[in-house]
Design a protein around this ligand. Structure first.
Ligand code: GAR
Length: 210
């Protein structure tokens, strides 16, 4: 039998506006080759969990601290991914770094959204508002967002999609963050999710037909 949708898990740690963009794109048909089947959060009580609940998507919270370290944290995640038969992991504001062992296990099965034009303002320590603060202090006139595959190097995997966004004279990090989200992240992330879901699905169906 043909697999009809790639099964997606979205990993979050905060407000979840990128998760919302994916759910909306699924609803409007921009995402047609994949389906969000699970949301995993590294933090309790974040608004992204409410968004999952409202969309009827099951969610799980795994705390590295409570589980006693990276290995136990990743084992728990891995078990959940197996249970839900996940094909594609989307990091959407997920603030925990995944180990080389984990990223190798899911090679070309994990994508991430980063709020700058990689290779600028990326790597360890560059997340959320800090990225926009760094862009403003450097005085760049153009920034943007990048969707890339995740490998063992933070923000170092193959680039899938990028979109540029103008920096304005009176920008604050908060203003710039919102513009980058609206004009880039919420557009290219759903687009990349559809592209990669379709690819995974085609590969899966070709393998099943062998
Ligand atoms: C987004 O801007 C995302 O690009 C960024 O965190 C924010 C999460 O917002 N991710 C990183 O900085 C990763 N290095 P959200 O929870 O509203 O989607």
């Amino acid at each position: 039998m043909q697999n009809s949708k790639a099964r997606i898990a979205v990993f979050v740690s905060g407000g979840g506006t990128n998760l919302q963009a994916i759910l909306d794109a699924q609803f409007s048909g921009i995402i047609n080759s994949g389906k969000v089947c699970l949301v995993i959060s590294s933090k309790e009580g974040v608004y992204a969990l409410e968004r999952a609940g409202k969309a009827g998507v099951p969610s799980l919270v795994f705390s590295k601290k409570k589980l006693g370290g990276q290995e136990a944290f990743e084992d728990a995640i891995d078990n959940a991914l197996k249970e839900y038969e996940i094909d594609l992991i989307v990091l959407a504001g997920f603030l925990s770094i995944l180990s080389a062992e984990f990223t190798k296990k899911y090679d070309h099965r994990i994508i991430n959204i980063h709020p700058s034009l990689i290779p600028s303002f990326c790597g360890e320590g560059f997340y959320g508002l800090r990225v926009h603060e760094a862009a403003l202090s450097r005085g760049v006139k153009v920034t943007g967002a990048t969707v890339h595959y995740v490998n063992e190097i933070p923000d170092g995997g193959e680039i899938i999609l990028q979109k540029a966004v103008k920096v304005c004279d009176k920008d604050t990090p908060e203003k710039l963050q919102l513009r980058v989200m609206r004009q880039a992240e919420w557009i290219i992330l759903p687009r990349a999710v559809e592209m990669i879901s379709r690819k995974i699905l085609n590969d899966k169906n070709a393998k099943d037909a062998e």
